[in-house]
Ligand binder design. Structure first.
Ligand SMILES: O=C(O)CCC(=O)C(=O)O
Ligand SMILES: [Fe+2]
Length: 304
């Protein structure tokens, strides 16, 4: 069994960036303070109670409860989303490839006893970009309960974010993100991974908050998942991450006005600034993607 790459909460973002670049992931133990973990559970529970098991799609799991719109349903996730260590790490991982990164997905993955292992996949599978590619998304999976090998801790394949699409992992290449509640698994969305099998007699609960390059379509549509009225009351940092911001100069405006001004009712009737000199400079510094092949390659989901 390979050893899981785990860090203490005082780890630097530089170290995490290094680990994620090299191995595709890092685990930070106990990053969420106990009081916040309790608050998170309390905010999740009423919603979990309403979800029925039995999703017909095996990928989503017959014994897994899922729901999204977490920035609305669980206010504490707004704080988790803007955790400084995570944002500093996202700046380093995603920053070179976009002017702004954004929320890609928010959701709960709650595995009841008896759930089987999920198909190994890349979260970036729906973007028609061959692997290996530069980072497209950065995922965080926060352990709400302990994650153990027995209860279905996320299975990951270290280094697989650098693999080509046709490579299948061997069992010996898989590691489980065994971590205590309050810890977080941070991974490049191109890393092969999947939920584990829950062979324990307790639920395994995780909260996923994903980020993506600002010029990609978001997996969870934040503008529909959360009403504008509600988003208006969020901290501006959260609003901007949701997408109420320009992704770069002239990208993401509404009626030729800045989306954050539209949201907050500050746009007026004038055409707004759709980027400034600083943003243009940042845009010029973004690394360019170059297409080196156009072969048709299938979207790999691997049962292992
Ligand atoms: O539940 C997990 O540990 C991972 C789930 C996952 O990767 C997914 O649903 O995309
Ligand atoms: Fe996934």
């Amino acid at each position: 069994m390979r050893v899981l790459q785990t860090f203490e909460p005082d780890v630097s973002s530089v170290k995490l960036h290094e680990a994620i670049t090299e191995q595709g992931y890092a685990v930070v133990k106990n990053l969420l303070p106990k009081a916040e973990l309790t608050e998170l559970s309390e905010q999740l529970n009423p919603h979990l109670d309403l979800v029925e098991l039995g999703d017909p799609d095996p990928f989503f799991g017959h014994r897994t409860k899922r729901f999204g719109a977490l920035l609305s349903r669980c206010p504490i996730t707004r704080r988790m989303l803007t955790n400084q260590l995570i944002l500093d790490t996202a700046d380093l991982v995603l920053g070179p490839y976009c002017v702004r990164y954004q929320v890609n997905y928010t959701g709960v993955m709650h595995l009841a006893p008896g759930e089987t292992a999920q198909t190994m996949h890349r979260d970036t599978g729906f973007y028609p970009i061959q692997n290996p590619s530069p980072p497209l998304t950065l995922a965080t999976m926060w352990a709400v309960t302990d994650f153990t090998e027995e209860n279905g801790a996320t299975r990951i394949v270290p280094g697989s974010h650098r693999w080509t699409d046709d490579r299948t992992p061997k069992v010996a290449e898989i590691v489980q993100a065994d971590m205590p509640a309050g810890s977080v698994l941070i991974y490049n969305g191109s890393l092969l991974h999947g939920g584990g099998a829950n062979e324990s007699d307790r639920d395994r609960c995780g909260v996923a908050l994903h980020y993506s390059l600002g010029w990609l379509r978001q997996e969870e549509n934040q503008y529909l998942a959360i009403s504008m009225e509600e988003a208006r009351a969020f901290p501006e940092k959260v609003q901007r991450l949701m997408g109420y911001d320009l992704a770069t100069v002239n990208l993401g405006f509404a009626d030729h006005k800045h989306p954050n001004d539209i949201l907050n009712g500050n746009a007026g009737n004038q055409v707004g600034t759709l980027g400034n000199k600083k943003m243009m400079e940042a845009d010029n510094a973004v690394r360019r993607f170059r297409v080196i092949g156009t072969d048709s390659v299938g979207r790999a989901r691997i049962d292992i």
